[in-house]
Write a protein that binds this ligand. Structure first.
Ligand code: ADQ
Length: 485
């Protein structure tokens, strides 16, 4: 039984709890979500049996839920009303911060009511954490939805050790300065003992802003705020490469990959895109580049085809229906112009896929196109590499992903440079085998070494919890992780 006064030694705070509710007939149950941070953090939390609590929203509005346990972890739901979701999540998080932190690709909206809701929800998370934390507990806060929590929590629980990891980019000074609440947000982050970023660039932007806004002083990699050291670290997130390799080696996956290739007419080259349907991911530009290559006869259907899988995302948020319409329209145009009977130029799947199906697609593809205009890390490219057990396959990767920092053996592209993108796709489709193998072998070394367990372990060390054996579990069913955005 769970008591409302249960306290924990390790707390994770993330916008979403790692569960979803499934209904069978009249009954409803919580099921561990195969998505979200759970795959990354599951082993860490389970290695603190009875001691870990995850605080987050269930994804359901207007309902009260008592804390409950899943796999030994206490889940403590934070409630939100429909109105709060609109102002906090759809508003401040995804229409103010998300575009601003992704290079202002679309214009951010600044509304005081959204900011007020952001403060309210951050305070609510803080209250849960303050209640749940044992003396001297460790609190690991995730992502842009909860940037005020570190300072709020420090004010009421100075005994706890607080880390915040930002899954998305941290913007350059000139962009961040637009924010009417820039000082509050920076103070919020600087309340942590450790602030972690995906890239060196994000960490450098944070240090510059702390100095520029006179929040504190830079001292080496860290900053000193109110006489207190805030460790500023770079923790590039990875994937569960061992688990993906296991799925990729499964005969059922191998058969499915062959079936996919056959159903596409056994083309010479299958180009693949897999993304959340988000305007940051560069999906439309990628399809346009492919279409130009077809029009110039540098590529040709049915020898070369594109498969684009786009997971529906944030459909109630500004900008998302535009990108959906744009991609729908483009696919129609390109297929109308270049498709053949029984052989579309672009096969477009606008829905979620199982991990097994994604890995089969990764195996079936020859060229993976990962071309966001900005991305904190990007896990898809690492999942692709982890699936290519035989060192085949070419990765075309945007320079503007966090992943590009380590994956320099990909064909790196500037996604704004349409000719450069076209040349990279063309080159990828015709790369000599020896070069394909050399590049993929190097990519695999990086992706399998710097996996999600290494990432979790480095956080545990930074948070002073280095006893956690964050090793790949022998048998888990949660292969994929991403931010609970
Ligand atoms: P996201 O923006 O969601 O994550 P990404 O890192 O690519 O981006 O993760 C997407 C995840 O969703 C991957 O695991 C992928 O397999 C999965 N996915 C994509 N399309 C799918 C589909 N159709 N069906 C099922 N699954 C699908 C945020 C940041 C990233 C950062 C991560 C983790 O924006 O930059 O890498 O958090 O920190």
């Amino acid at each position: 039984m769970t008591s409302p006064t249960d306290r924990s030694r390790l707390l994770v705070l993330a916008n979403r709890l790692p569960v979803r509710r499934v209904r069978t007939g009249d009954r409803s149950e919580w099921e561990t979500s195969p998505r979200g941070l759970v795959a990354a953090l599951g082993p860490v939390l389970e290695s603190h049996p009875g001691e870990a609590t995850w605080i987050g929203w269930t994804g359901i509005t207007g309902e009260h839920h008592d804390p409950f346990r899943v796999d030994g972890v206490l889940l403590d739901p934070v409630e939100m009303s429909r109105g709060e979701v609109q102002l906090f999540y759809e508003g401040f998080c995804n229409s103010t911060l998300w575009p601003l932190y992704h290079d202002s690709i679309i214009r951010s909206e600044y509304h005081r009511t959204w900011w007020d809701a952001y403060v309210t929800i951050n305070r609510r998370f803080t209250e849960h954490a303050a209640r749940r934390a044992e003396p001297d507990a460790v609190v690991w806060v995730h992502d842009y939805q909860l940037q005020m929590v570190p300072a709020m929590l420090r004010a009421v629980r100075p005994d706890v050790r607080i880390g915040l990891f930002l899954h998305i980019p941290f913007p350059p000074v000139e962009l961040f300065l637009q924010l009417p609440w820039r000082r509050q947000l920076l103070h919020g982050l600087a309340g942590a003992d450790v602030v972690g970023f995906q890239t060196r660039g994000g960490a450098a932007n944070f240090r510059s802003l702390v100095e520029r806004l006179n929040i504190g002083e830079v001292d080496g990699a860290d900053v000193i705020v109110d006489g207190r050291r805030v460790q500023v670290g770079v923790f590039p997130i990875g994937v569960d490469a061992a688990r993906i390799a296991q799925i990729a080696a499964d005969p059922a996956t191998i058969d499915r990959a062959a079936e996919i290739r056959a159903s596409l007419g056994d083309p010479e080259t299958i180009l693949l895109g897999v993304d959340r349907l988000d305007y940051t991911k560069g999906i439309a530009r990628r399809i346009e580049a492919f279409a130009e290559l077809l029009s110039e006869e540098r590529l040709e259907v049915p020898r070369h085809v594109l498969v684009q899988v786009a997971e529906p995302s944030r459909e109630a948020v500004l900008g998302y229906s535009d990108i959906r319409d744009r991609v729908d329209g483009l696919v129609g145009e390109v297929n109308g112009a270049y498709g053949l009977v029984g052989a579309p130029a672009v096969t477009y799947l606008h829905r979620s896929q199982s991990t097994e199906e994604l890995v089969a697609l990764y195996r079936a593809a020859d060229v993976m196109l990962v071309t966001p205009v900005r991305d904190g890390m990007n896990l898809v490219c690492k999942e692709f590499v982890a699936s290519r057990l035989d060192n085949t396959g070419v990765l075309v990767l945007s320079e503007f992903t966090g992943a590009a920092e380590a994956l320099s053996d990909a064909l790196l592209v500037n996604p704004y440079d349409v000719d450069g993108l076209k040349n990279a796709i063309d080159r990828a489709a015709h790369l000599p085998t020896a070069e394909v193998t050399r590049r993929m072998a190097a990519l695999r070394k990086s992706v399998t070494t710097d996996d999600v367990y290494a990432w979790a372990r480095s956080w545990m060390v930074a948070l002073g919890l280095d006893t956690a054996p964050a090793e790949p579990p022998a048998d888990t069913a949660t292969p994929r992780q991403e931010t609970p955005a």
